[in-house]
Design a protein around this ligand. Structure first.
Ligand code: TRP
Length: 514
């Protein structure tokens, strides 16, 4: 029996876009664009997209397609020393999906309460006290919040039935979960332009801040966002492309995925800023203050507050949370499918549906910690470390693996053999030099910022680096050191798998000789 296949090219592209277009569309992209001015952010974003994002997407698409396996098997076949990199990527996926599903569970509860605008009058209090019942600090678990627990069970049941037949069922589901949020965002867009004040929002969104182009921090954020948004470095794109025919196109599919995904980002930026403009107009709150909110605060506090001001708040509240749900679900199951594919390649003892079940149950159990009353604090720490270090480290190592161990030129030939649009030599430079240097740089800067004593040392001894590492020490913090320790654990434990295999496995050539 051969490997499972997508039933059409469209199914594959929709699945890839579905993974890329996730919760980050609502709170990451608009927030960054607002902070630096879209004109100031979109330029670095596009450069990072073309120079790093698309080349790496091509790399992941071609690795999966050529090797016909999930991340562990594919990387191992590419070079025997890199099997552990697949494990690194998949453990990171496991952890990400464990908490990602919890955020979807919150959205699920919100869809249920939105017809009655449950948060009416006090969106902030509603979110933190009624829904999360948040404890006073990360050290106080406060027991499981059973409402969220139940919602999480529901989310996992949905996710399971989306992937239980691998690409067959994924292909069918994404025909709905990708167009629905796009359509709803368009409905929101139409609603937005009929509300007073939306133009001020758009103005803030689109006004270029040219000085931002000279700010290294903007470039760092742009690189990180491109990585995050394309779902790179988690084994997702490798697994999905392994269900393609070996002779299928690589370059065109990569461009289509990247461009469609970026258009959805821009669209949600227009919606988010239009609504924030309306809210500023209605409440007199400065727009900058509203737009400064990112992450869960934007989606579960500021946005519901804005919706409450609108006519038909119940309907629009419902639609908004359906957007979050549909954006989130196909990203979540792509992560499970990545792990699923990676495990299935290694054992034929179980059927796909059984492996998916086991993977889902383990991720669900891991996620229970996020349903406690300290869940949002723990989620914040784990998310910070996964998105700042795991993604970047895995991406960096992937470029080293292909650029230096397998050979960029060899991979470029593989890609060109199957693709209509041929890749020029520029791709080799990107994979061998630009991407590893850019990502390595990102890692070092983030690490310096992370460790306050190191940060202080740099500011004191190398003052010129302050433009890179920032003036304010300890930006990310306020957590006890054991919590930060857990954060590092999330990075280091999977990294150890990589290091172990990297240093113990002999390269293939030596194995043959001995
Ligand atoms: N791209 C997703 C978003 O924008 C987030 C994400 C990052 C992701 N890496 C992933 C989702 C891997 C699924 C798989 O929200």
């Amino acid at each position: 029996m051969g490997r499972k296949r997508w039933d059409s090219r469209l199914a594959f592209i929709l699945a890839a876009v579905g993974s890329a277009a996730g919760l980050g569309k609502i709170w990451r992209f608009p927030y960054l664009a607002g902070k630096y001015g879209a004109g100031g952010f979109i330029f670095p974003y596009l450069i990072a997209l073309f120079v790093l994002g698309v080349p790496l997407l091509m790399l992941e698409f071609s690795v999966g397609q050529k090797m016909q396996q999930g991340a562990i098997g594919s990387f191992e076949k590419l070079h025997s020393k890199f099997g552990g990199l697949g494990i690194f990527a998949l453990i990171s996926s496991f952890i990400l999906v464990a908490y990602y599903a919890v955020v979807i569970a919150w959205s699920f509860i919100y869809t249920l309460v939105s017809p009655k605008v449950g948060w009416s009058g006090d969106a902030q209090g509603y979110f933190f006290n009624n829904i999360l019942e948040v404890s006073e600090g990360i050290g106080v678990l406060g027991g499981i919040n059973w409402e969220i627990f139940a919602a999480l069970v529901a989310v996992w049941i949905i996710v399971y039935f989306c992937i239980w037949k691998g690409p067959d069922s994924v292909g069918k589901v994404v025909k709905w979960t990708v167009p629905i949020p796009i359509l709803l965002l368009l409905i929101f867009l139409i609603r937005t332009v009929t509300l007073p004040g939306f133009l001020q929002g758009w103005e803030l969104y689109l006004t270029p801040v040219w000085s931002a182009l000279l700010d290294p921090e903007v470039w760092i954020q742009a690189i990180a966002q491109v990585f995050f948004t394309l779902s790179l470095a988690f084994g997702v794109m490798v697994a999905y492309s392994s269900y393609k025919d070996e002779k299928a196109d690589v370059t065109k599919d990569s461009w289509i995925t990247a461009i469609v995904n970026s258009c959805i980002s821009l669209l949600s930026g227009f919606v988010v800023f239009g609504i924030l403009g309306y809210m500023a107009y209605q409440t007199g709150t400065p727009l900058k203050e509203l737009a400064g909110e990112s992450g869960v605060g934007l989606a579960f506090v500021v946005f519901p507050k804005a919706i409450e001001l609108m006519p038909l708040a119940g309907l629009f509240g419902f639609l908004f949370f359906v957007i979050l749900l549909t954006l989130g679900v196909d990203s979540a199951f792509s992560l499970v499918e990545a792990v699923n594919a990676g495990v299935q390649d290694k054992t034929d003892r179980w059927h796909a549906a059984q492996v998916a079940f086991i993977v889902g149950v383990i991720a669900f159990i891991l996620g229970i910690i996020f349903t406690t009353r300290a869940g949002i604090h723990i989620l914040d720490v784990v998310d910070h470390f996964i998105t700042t270090y795991n993604i970047v480290l895995v991406g960096f190592l992937e470029t080293i693996m292909v650029g230096w161990y397998y050979g960029a030129e060899k991979m470029r030939k593989v890609i060109n053999k199957v693709s209509d649009w041929h890749l020029g030599k520029w791709w080799n430079y990107s994979i061998k030099w630009v991407a590893p240097i850019g990502l390595g740089f990102l890692l070092i800067i983030n690490f310096i910022k992370e460790v306050p004593s190191l940060h202080k040392w740099f500011l004191a001894n190398l003052p010129w680096t302050s433009a890179l590492v920032g003036e304010s020490v300890g930006v990310y913090g306020g957590y006890p050191s054991w919590a930060i320790g857990i954060g590092w654990g999330v990075v280091v434990v999977p990294l150890l798998f990589f290091l172990y295999f990297f240093f113990t496995k002999k390269p293939e050539a030596e194995v043959v000789e001995s």
